[in-house]
Design a protein around this ligand. Structure first.
Ligand code: ZN
Length: 359
């Protein structure tokens, strides 16, 4: 049986301390009961530890002995906890602590919902599923994921949804073909990606295109509160992996996130660890992120958009055709630059969630 942390090796009922106080004053139990105005039997039971001291009694004892009421309650609680530590309460506390640890690491309800943790599994099975996902040998171990860049500047440890997401990407990437060619020409791949996405249905062909160019491309749906758009890293065998979450399901956001992750690869950012991008369409002060943003924009729209306000839908479509890109990329850029409100030209930014989910 394990001990509850912070408890003394031995504890005594509060009544024993009270007996010392009474004796120190030369009182008998009868006299003390009279002082309290309580039946002698009740006082004897407290002294023998058979009856607990209520807050009301603690106030009266304190008034009689010139001590603090809180002291008596503290002594009593300490004794109760000490006694409980010798029962199965300790075992229950251990179970609670194990469950809490799992929830500190990953979003358990969502993992159960996604079937990544078997429904109705016992705690041992849940623990082993989480250990497998995070590639740790026990839940006390800290997952070893080294991050090179994180878009949101926070010093806080990585949150459970973000950790779970990148771990799911890693798991998904391992399901892909084991043999993958050498890394291709990344700028050429980026340009080809943009060209293909002038037809959104070509999104379905990207994992194959990327695999042919030595990159594993996977989709793992975003967790509810992680705000993750994408991430990338080099796996143990030296193969780059890019994960997309489709948190924002517009074609332009998905395309931009993908190009942004490719930019991290191209600019050598992945050499020092994982990149994890949250809120990729928002501005950032992080210079690594800004350089990846600039590269992604150059790939998405190599020429200036060159449209003067007021900008019509027809002008956007015509310009997109001339630039051989999908109009969503122009709309997204103009919205990012606040030239167009976010609510405008929504019909030019198709939702591609279904295509992503089919990867
Ligand atoms: Zn980034």
């Amino acid at each position: 049986m394990s001990e509850i942390a912070g408890l003394p090796a031995q504890a005594f009922p509060a009544g024993e301390y009270l007996r010392d106080e009474i004796e120190a004053r030369g009182w008998t139990v009868t006299e003390f009961a009279q002082i309290l105005g309580r039946p002698q039997q009740a006082v004897s039971e407290i002294l023998n530890g058979r009856k607990e001291i209520t807050p009301e009694t603690a106030i009266e004892i304190a008034a009689a002995t010139g001590t603090e009421a809180a002291t008596w309650l503290r002594l009593q609680s300490a004794y109760r906890l000490w006694k409980l530590a010798r029962t199965d309460a300790t075992e229950r506390a251990t179970t609670v602590a194990r469950r809490a640890r799992l929830s500190q690491l990953v979003p358990m309800p969502e993992l159960r919902q996604r079937g990544m943790i078997p429904t109705g599994a016992d705690l041992d099975t849940e623990e082993s599923a989480v250990c497998d996902l995070l590639e740790i040998s026990n839940i006390a171990e800290q997952p070893t994921l080294q991050f090179a860049a994180r878009r949101s500047v926070e010093n806080a440890p990585i949150s459970p949804p973000r950790l779970a997401w990148i771990a799911c990407v890693r798991q998904e990437a391992r399901r892909g073909p084991s043999a993958i060619p050498e890394l291709g020409d990344v700028p050429v791949l980026a340009t080809e990606t943009v060209r293909r996405l002038s037809d959104p249905s070509a999104l379905a062909t990207l994992p194959g295109l990327f695999a042919d160019n030595g990159i594993r491309l996977v989709y793992v749906q975003a967790f509810n509160s992680g705000k993750i758009d994408g991430g990338a890293y080099i796996d143990d065998s030296g193969v780059p992996v890019i994960g997309l979450s489709g948190r924002i399901q517009r074609l332009d956001s998905v395309a931009f996130t993908l190009l942004h992750e490719l930019a991290h690869l191209h600019l050598g950012h992945l050499d020092s660890g994982i990149t994890l991008d949250t809120d990729v369409c928002a501005a950032t002060d992080n210079e690594t992120e800004r350089s990846a943003d600039r590269q992604a924009v150059r790939w998405a729209l190599p020429e200036p958009i060159g449209l003067a306000a007021p900008i019509s839908k027809r002008a956007v479509v015509a310009r997109a055709k001339a630039m051989n890109v999908h109009p969503a990329l122009i709309v997204g850029r103009l919205q990012y630059q606040r030239i167009l409100p976010w609510t405008h030209m929504r019909d030019l930014t198709p939702n591609v969630r279904g295509l992503l989910a089919a990867w």
